[in-house]
Ligand binder design. Structure first.
Ligand code: 2P0
Length: 326
């Protein structure tokens, strides 16, 4: 009753922003991401009849109450589905350079979903696994697959048609994603709370909903054509639009810091010099810069010169979740 799984993070090119059902984690809009090869989580789950509660170790240390409770609530859904009332020891190693912990980790819940369902004896189709991962964290449903992945929002109330589908294999459209960590000093609004506040209070949210499905279909067209320019333009535009909705919330908030803006400006300057680079940001101040593999060194060198840039990780499209030998 033991299994280990490895899952990679993903970066959304069309963002998931807003839920229509908070307990089933059903999104207001469909989204599309690329799974990244550099950042991943390895999780081992072992169910044991001698345990009286779930135990969670994160990076070798016993996790705090909040993280343990979230993992335990998640395992409850798996126990219920499998009709087996056993507690588990969960050991997770996060190879993701963030201090944000476990909460927003797409790779975390994708690996946990795969390891826990395997350990309890369920042999799920990837589509079912994607639905299980979604129950942990929305963006985790996309990390079940490698390459470019769409999360179809679905229309049913029970969430049975809300899951990810693979669009392009990781080898089919080689792009580079430079993950730029900037100096940061402010506590962020967690994405879960941020999207909720935006849905409930921002007058700009309707504008997001009115245009996001069009952005998604244009981005899928860019993938079909392997048109990097189109992909970059749409991804950058969609990211800016998502962030704009937070400014209209009450109370308003934003995820950018001055260093974020410096990176955004550097990327736009590169474009005026003829280097094709585009940016996108999630619910935090760090920036992901998209470029073609042949420009990756040039883009890296220019970003490295910005004083507030702490570290740059070079990523490429990576694989979906895998079960490792235990
Ligand atoms: C995304 N984000 O598409 C968007 C863009 C942040 C900005 O998915 O509440 O940790 O667990 O479903 O998946 C981050 O939110 O949120 C996220 P929950 P999650 O990647």
């Amino acid at each position: 009753m033991k299994a280990t799984a490895k899952a990679h993070t993903n970066i959304a090119l069309i963002k998931y922003w807003g839920k229509r059902d908070e307990s089933l984690i059903l999104p207001m809009n469909s989204s599309l991401s690329v799974t990244l090869d550099t950042f991943y989580t390895v999780t081992t789950v072992e169910f044991n009849e001698k345990l009286t509660e779930d135990v969670f170790f994160l990076n070798g240390e016993k996790a705090d109450h909040t993280d343990t409770e979230r993992v335990s609530n998640y395992l409850r859904a798996i126990r219920k589905f499998a009709k087996k009332h056993l507690f588990a020891v969960v050991r997770s190693e996060n190879h993701v350079p963030t201090a944000a912990g476990f909460a927003s980790s797409a790779s975390g819940y994708a690996a946990l979903a795969a390891a826990a369902t395997k350990a309890i004896g369920l042999n799920l189709h990837p589509q079912e696994l994607s639905q299980f991962a979604r129950l942990g964290s929305g963006s985790a449903c996309r990390s079940i697959y490698g390459g470019f992945v769409e999360w179809q929002k679905g229309v049913k109330e029970d969430g049975s048609d809300s899951f990810a589908v693979p669009i392009l294999h990781e080898d089919d459209f080689p792009i580079a994603v430079l993950s730029v960590m900037v100096a940061t000093n402010r506590k962020k609004v967690l994405s879960r709370a941020g999207m909720k506040r935006t849905v409930e209070t921002s007058p700009f949210y309707q504008g997001w909903l009115d245009t996001v499905e069009h952005d998604l279909s244009e981005l899928k067209h860019a993938l079909e054509l392997r048109d990097f320019t189109l992909l970059g333009e749409i991804a950058e535009r969609n990211a800016l639009k998502m962030h704009a909705t937070t400014l209209g919330a009450n109370p308003p908030f934003y995820y950018w810091q001055s260093a974020t803006m410096e990176v955004m400006e550097a990327v736009q300057n590169m474009r005026s010099q003829g280097i094709e680079a585009y940016f996108t940001m999630d619910a935090g101040p760090n920036v992901k810069v998209l470029c073609l593999p042949e420009d990756e060194q040039k883009v890296y060198d220019q970003l490295k010169q910005i004083p507030s840039v702490k570290k740059i990780f070079t990523c490429h499209p990576g694989p979906g979740v895998t079960i490792l030998p235990t």
